[in-house]
Design a protein around this ligand. Structure first.
Ligand code: NDP
Ligand code: 8X3
Length: 256
């Protein structure tokens, strides 16, 4: 019989906890008795989560793009939350679907600042504590978009390719220290992702999921939970999952 880790031994720091995959992961772990450091910018959503699981959730209002604020927030965690042993660097976003020659430069900048710099800020601030304690797990939310290009996915996909390669590089650095590294790479998942991508245009966002059976935040939370529950001598390098209705674009040839 495989002996899975007891979730009550876990303290999980989750960025992007206010919505979608992050919020579902908060509920999956807290529902199993884990402590959570819940990070996001929307304070009222963090407070609502904390009220759902009294005593288990420490809310942290933070913009992960800000290095000094990220460092200060992690350094200021109170006991017992300061001894986090899982960091789920999940905060991220896509903005727009325009082709590269028409895209708003601010959108590209925002995706790089959040998906790359914000993730690096989180890891750099949180990692030393876990290495020192000789116990930890860094989990990322990558994406199938980091492997497979699609029109308009230009910079978003490139940020997720960065996450994939960084997760492998990080594992090369920390394997043997007691810290594990996993990249979760979802495909189509219904969250507020498309609402953010289309800047609040609900009709356009709904069209992405209409008539499909997308994955849900809960599906992805289950994958995170599994990766963190296997015994400590096992490292799950990556989990890639797509909605069953999703496939690959054919290679295109443009004529004339
Ligand atoms: P949501 O829009 O539902 O959630 C995004 C979360 O990221 C929110 O909690 C938001 O919180 C947080 N966030 C964004 N920017 C910042 C910031 N600067 N500082 C702190 N928190 C921030 O989308 P998802 O749940 O789908 O997205 C989560 C991750 O999953 C992202 O990295 C996304 O790229 C990835 N992903 C999503 C897929 C999908 O199809 N949905 C598929 C593959 C990967 P707040 O606004 O309160 O700060
Ligand atoms: C988002 C997944 O397939 O919508 O990371 O680009 S997809």
């Amino acid at each position: 019989m495989y002996q899975m880790l007891d979730p009550k031994t876990l303290t999980v720091l989750i960025t992007g906890a206010t919505s979608g995959i992050g919020a579902a992961t908060v509920r999956r772990f807290a529902g199993a008795g884990a402590r959570i450091v819940a990070v996001g910018r929307r304070v009222e959503r963090l407070e609502a989560l904390a009220a759902e699981f009294p005593g288990l959730i420490h809310p942290v209002v933070l913009d992960v793009r800000d290095w000094a604020a990220t460092q200060a927030a992690i350094a200021a965690l109170p006991e017992p939350f300061a001894a986090y042993n899982v960091v789920f660097a999940n905060a991220g976003l896509a903005l727009g679907l325009e082709p590269a020659h028409q895209v708003a430069m601010d959108d590209w900048r925002d995706m790089v600042d959040t998906n790359i710099t914000g993730l690096l800020n989180t890891v750099r601030a949180a990692l030393p504590g876990m290495v020192e304690r000789k116990e930890g797990h860094v989990v990322f939310t990558g994406s199938v978009a980091g492997d497979y290009p699609y029109p308009g996915g230009n910079t978003y996909g490139a940020t997720k390719a960065f996450v994939k390669q960084f997760s492998l590089g990080l594992w090369a650095d920390v394997s043997g220290t007691g810290v594990r590294v996993t990249n979760i790479e979802p495909g189509l998942t219904e969250t507020e992702f498309s609402l953010v991508r289309f800047k609040g245009d609900e009709t356009r966002a709904e069209k992405i999921y209409n008539g499909t059976a997308p994955m849900t935040g809960e599906d992805i939370a289950e994958q995170v939970f599994f990766a963190c529950s296997v015994p400590r001598h096992v490292n799950i390098n990556r989990i890639q999952a797509m909605a069953s209705v999703q496939g690959f674009s054919p290679l295109t040839i443009k004529r004339g």
